[in-house]
Ligand binder design. Structure first.
Ligand code: SAM
Length: 217
């Protein structure tokens, strides 16, 4: 790598993220502070700051930087938030969330990915990120309610368990659609316990595999 990673992060933020309309200064700072290259497997490390997802093994990917920033902005976290991420993958999104929340829980169904993410997050002293193994389509009721839930894999519909685990005013951000093509949805828990749903941009995520996701195939 030629430039120091902070310079590459700055360039990525300006050219890929701000240029496409993400403006929340707390989110931009969180992205600038997160060493993405540490979450990317060695063969792809030179491409860490590029404008596309990269393979992380087991048929999975680390998401495109813009998508990480955009979904984080949509979560619109309050100060001192407790957050749940579904689909830890490399751990990069969880590390970004760690700069915006007091407590981050992230759940991954592939134990080897969870273990690797745990290792990198520990190296970065992000002790308030807790990596769990299991089917995230059921959420993580033992630590609910959450101010934000971010799903980094595509679901056929918003899983009811995730909606139930939102705090009042909390937001669920997830890709909803078929296995190849989805739209981002944002669900906000209303004071009366109901939900407001907004449909956002088109995206393409790997499938959420589980009880309220897709069958493994
Ligand atoms: N957020 C990740 C990152 O920053 O690297 C990228 C996530 S990758 C696009 C989607 C991840 O969701 C994969 O690692 C996959 O194994 C995981 N996944 C799929 N279904 C899941 C489920 N039901 N529960 C937990 N993780 C799941």
């Amino acid at each position: 790598m030629t430039a120091k990673w902070e310079e590459q992060a700055e360039h990525m933020v300006t050219e890929q993220i701000v240029a496409r309309g993400v403006r929340n200064p707390r989110v931009l700072l969180a992205i600038r502070k997160t060493p993405r290259h540490l979450f990317v497997p060695e063969p792809y490390r030179d491409e860490s700051w590029s404008d596309y997802p990269l393979p992380i093994g087991y048929g999975q990917t680390i998401s495109q930087p813009f998508i990480v920033a955009y979904m984080t902005e949509l979560l619109d976290l309050p100060p001192r938030a407790r957050v749940l991420e579904i689909g830890t993958g490399s751990g990069y999104q969880a590390a970004v969330l760690a700069h915006l929340a007091d407590e981050v829980h992230t759940i991954e169904r592939i134990p080897e990915l969870a273990e690797h993410a745990r290792h990198v997050l520990r190296l970065l002293d992000l002790d308030h990120v807790h990596v769990h193994v299991g089917d995230g389509s059921q959420g993580l009721p033992e630590f609910a309610p959450y101010d934000g839930i971010l799903v980094a894999a595509a679901a056929p519909k918003a899983p009811p368990a995730l909606l139930e685990q939102l705090a009042p005013g909390g937001k669920l951000v997830l890709p909803v659609g078929d296995r190849g093509f989805q739209h981002l949805e944002r669900w906000t828990r209303q004071p009366d316990g109901g939900f407001r749903r907004e449909t956002k941009d088109a995206v393409a995520f790997v499938p959420l595999i589980g009880e309220d996701g897709w069958p493994a195939s």
